[in-house]
Design a protein around this ligand. Structure first.
Ligand code: BGC
Length: 377
């Protein structure tokens, strides 16, 4: 049966019950069969919000809401066959409306920071919303993570979800109407594939990413400091005290930023003030889809491979997580209990002539792909 018809058969209020063996997952497991189902999840800004559940042949499950294009869970089996979500998140829209720091969300129009919340383009200066001190972060006050996206389910042979959003000319200070399409696909190889497409009618900076926070053990009582990480990058972009890149492209060799060979995250983190929250300059030489990072967790036996077409990777060790938000399993999300691997162009590129351009012009097509692939070690 095509997944589209599965969806329609399931109806708007889905009550399918799955067969997960972890009790914390059981109550929310709305689809055990491969395919995609849709559940009413409330309303925001007068628009309907849904939760989509994508399940592959192995029973791996990803839930995504059209509020912020947010991935709310990514449930896979660990080495003992127990299922849990490798990303942190909540089970209700209400909790996402409390503005957690971008848990699982789509980030735009410009992921990461732009210094002094302004940039100049073609002789004109654009003033953006400052929402991180004097800088702008992750799209401004109401970025793509806080809007309701139009969702549709393509009739593909693997479960996938298409999200569309029109960011209007002037939104958060950015020029041009930007038409954005993001497609999430869950493959039978346990890959969450994210394809980003955009077009504009005026030149504008664009930098789209996803802000999932991973804890591969599936339990935020374990920090991520014991995880092993490899980042295929010989350089990174040092930052000032407000986390804006200085413009320097610095070699990682001999510094705590060297993850060229797999290294425990906790090994050198104390030598980095505040923890890791930096952009790595990936070694890849072109825009092809390549493996750029691998994270491993010995407790669960899970690994995560990251593939991308993008030139940069923001590795953030959840430094500002302070226990204020409670994970779906009732446990507080504290510092270093989850991490982000955000594929992207470099922060503040619109103000850094030596960084790759992030300007999308009318007639051009923005296209980037990132894959998060889970496997057992
Ligand atoms: C940034 C952090 C920020 C976090 C949540 C990350 O992408 O690099 O500095 O605190 O997002 O907002």
């Amino acid at each position: 049966m095509k997944f589209m018809s599965l969806l329609l058969a399931a109806g708007a209020l889905t009550t399918l019950v799955g067969s997960c063996n972890n009790s914390s997952e059981n109550k929310n497991d709305q689809a055990a069969k491969p395919g995609i189902t849709k559940t009413d999840w409330g309303e925001h800004d007068g628009e309907n919000v849904y939760l989509y559940t994508l399940v592959n042949d192995k029973g791996t499950k990803v839930t995504i809401t059209n509020y912020g294009g947010t991935v709310t869970s990514f449930v896979t089996a660990d080495k003992n066959g127990n299922k849990s979500s490798i990303i942190i998140g909540f089970d209700s829209l209400q909790q996402y409306l409390q503005k957690p720091p971008y848990f699982g969300a789509l980030i735009g129009r410009y992921g990461n920071r732009i210094g002094d919340a302004k940039f100049s383009l073609d002789g004109k200066t654009y003033k953006l919303s400052a929402n991180d001190g004097k800088n702008t972060l992750h799209g401004g006050l109401k970025g793509f993570d806080k809007v309701v996206w139009d969702a549709s389910v393509p009739s593909d042979s693997v479960p996938s979800l298409t999200l569309k959003y029109l960011s209007k000319d002037g939104e958060e200070g950015y020029p041009g109407n930007l038409n954005v399409t993001v497609q999430y696909t869950l493959t039978n190889d346990d890959e969450l594939k994210i394809e980003y497409n955009a077009e504009t009618d005026k030149a504008t900076p664009v930098n789209l990413t996803n802000h999932s926070y991973f804890n591969l053990s599936g339990d935020v009582n374990n920090t991520i400091l014991g995880n092993t990480l490899m980042i295929d990058a010989d350089h990174y972009t040092p930052v000032d005290s407000t986390l804006i890149p200085t413009g320097e492209i610095k070699a990682v060799k001999g510094t705590p930023f060297d993850f060229t060979s797999p290294k425990k995250i906790g090994r050198d983190i104390d030598s980095v003030k505040g923890g890791y929250d930096h952009n790595w300059v990936l070694n890849k030489k072109d825009t092809s889809l390549q493996k750029v990072a691998e994270l491993s967790d010995s407790i669960s036996g899970r690994s995560l491979e990251v593939y991308t077409t993008q030139p940069g990777l923001q590795f953030y060790t959840g430094n500002f997580l302070d226990g204020k938000f409670i994970n779906r399993d009732g446990k507080p999300i504290k510092q270093h209990t989850a991490l982000c691997l955000e594929t992207q162009h470099f922060p503040d590129s619109p103000n850094k002539p030596n960084f790759l351009s992030t300007i999308l012009k009318p007639g051009e097509k923005y296209h980037e792909v990132t894959i998060y692939k889970v496997k057992l070690n």
